[in-house]
Design a protein around this ligand. Structure first.
Ligand SMILES: *[C@@H]1O[C@H](CO)[C@@H](O)[C@H](O)[C@H]1NC(C)=O
Ligand SMILES: *[C@@H]1O[C@H](CO)[C@@H](O)[C@H](O)[C@H]1NC(C)=O
Ligand SMILES: *[C@@H]1O[C@H](CO)[C@@H](O)[C@H](O)[C@H]1NC(C)=O
Ligand SMILES: *[C@@H]1O[C@H](CO)[C@@H](O)[C@H](O)[C@H]1NC(C)=O
Ligand SMILES: *[C@@H]1O[C@H](CO)[C@@H](O)[C@H](O)[C@H]1NC(C)=O
Ligand SMILES: *[C@@H]1O[C@H](CO)[C@@H](O)[C@H](O)[C@H]1NC(C)=O
Length: 338
């Protein structure tokens, strides 16, 4: 009995590492831009008139501050330093070769007025807003067509103050699909690490059409009953590594996606080479790791290692729907820490 268990274990481990090697990977996150954790230039948000009193709206300060490091893009990039304080803001746009640094005690607070979250087109692989036909609110921290972006710090916090959005959703008062906390689109070389995410209006972290993404050492929290507050949703993205995260939310902790129905099928952008290592957390309504339900572009090469869930609904769930198309292939699951 014991021996056959051991044999099975050895076979599983062998299959796991074998499959991992065949895609040319290691078990841990590999960084395409690790050197970017140390930027040669730095500027503070306070130099742009930002006020960290939790009341002053700092959208313009963030946007102006993010224009400035542009001049360092060919000189190793720059760091935008956010010191301790409560920095209220609407949605703002990142640039390439940037580190957004949230110091210890720094909180970026999402505005509770929907007009501070501009409305943008639906994603081509979804064809319409996820919740309502038509457009959608842009994420609090947004980026498109970027390379080499780091969002990190000393356990600073990004707080979406999502309860107003959850109420609008429950009362049918939304005009557009709810926004994520961080969405990076068509971007490469991304690191999101060493921070806390709280109370996202919708999903927390959404890399879509991205490549080479590391999400490491995050705490992501939202009430267990909050609607659709997924932790990390790699969507039509390749080479994404999620490691050492603690996630307790109202929906899937990690959800791997690749577009929706006919739009996802025709956009045909799969998610592949997704590693999830040492994920700990709780979800009473959903799954530790979900694949789908939007997986119309296909999902493959998934490596899940050391998933620790407590008082949760489902461990790992592969979700599809009739007519959704796509495929789910080569999902490897291993528990090494016993
Ligand atoms: C993605 O970003 C690259 C580099 O910035 C750009 O050349 C390309 O047109 C973008 N593609 C889409 C579909 O946005
Ligand atoms: C990203 O690239 C696409 C395709 O080239 C372009 O349509 C879009 O405006 C670009 N977005 C930004 C913010 O530069
Ligand atoms: C995780 O992040 C915290 C700050 O949020 C930091 O103190 C700690 O050293 C980090 N751990 C690792 C392994 O990087
Ligand atoms: C970071 O802050 C969160 C929220 O305050 C806390 O739960 C977590 O333990 C902290 N992490 C570290 C490494 O200090
Ligand atoms: C929806 O639109 C109405 C009419 O413009 C507006 O009064 C309301 O505040 C909007 N709701 C949200 C959640 O933005
Ligand atoms: C996280 O923080 C630790 C402790 O400060 C640091 O050593 C590490 O490089 C950071 N990791 C990332 C990926 O930001």
């Amino acid at each position: 009995m014991k021996r056959s268990f051991l044999l099975l274990y050895v076979l599983l481990v062998h299959a796991f590492y074998g499959a991992l090697c065949s895609v040319g990977g290691s078990l841990h996150c590999e960084y395409s831009n690790l050197a970017s954790l140390h930027r040669p230039h730095s500027v503070s948000i306070t130099e742009f008139g930002a006020v960290g009193d939790g009341v002053t709206l700092n959208t313009k300060a963030f946007q102006n501050a993010l224009f400035y490091p542009n001049s360092f893009s060919d000189k190793g990039g720059a760091k935008l330093f956010v010191p301790a304080g409560q920095w209220l803001t609407g949605s703002f746009d990142l640039i390439s070769h940037l580190t957004l640094w949230l110091d210890s005690g720094a909180t970026i607070l999402g505005s509770t007025s929907s007009e501070n979250w501009p409305v943008v087109d639906p994603l081509p692989s979804y064809g319409r807003g996820r919740e309502l036909p038509g457009r959608r609110h842009r994420s609090l921290i947004y980026g498109q067509n970027l390379t080499d972006v780091v969002i990190t710090g000393e356990n600073g916090t990004i707080d979406g103050q999502g309860s107003v959005w959850w109420d609008w959703f429950r009362n049918g008062e939304l005009n557009y699909t709810r926004p994520h906390l961080v969405e990076l689109m068509n971007s490469t070389g991304l690191i999101i690490s060493n921070l806390t995410f709280l109370n996202s209006p919708f999903w927390n972290i959404h890399p879509v059409y991205c490549r080479d993404v590391v999400v490491k050492n995050l705490t992501i929290l939202a009430p267990l009953e909050s609607p659709n507050t997924d932790g990390v949703d790699p969507d039509s993205s390749t080479n994404v590594c999620i490691e050492d995260c603690y996630i307790v939310t109202g929906d899937d902790l990690v959800s791997i996606k690749s577009g929706w129905d006919e739009y996802g099928i025709s956009y045909a952008r799969p998610s592949s080479k997704i590693k999830i290592n040492r994920l700990t957390g709780q979800t009473t309504s959903s799954s530790g790791i979900a694949i789908g339900s939007e997986m119309s572009g296909g999902v493959s090469e998934i490596y899940i290692k050391d998933l620790h869930l407590f008082n949760s609904n489902t461990g790992i769930r592969i979700k599809t729907s009739p007519g959704r198309g796509g495929y789910v292939r080569n999902v490897h699951i291993l528990n090494e820490a016993r």
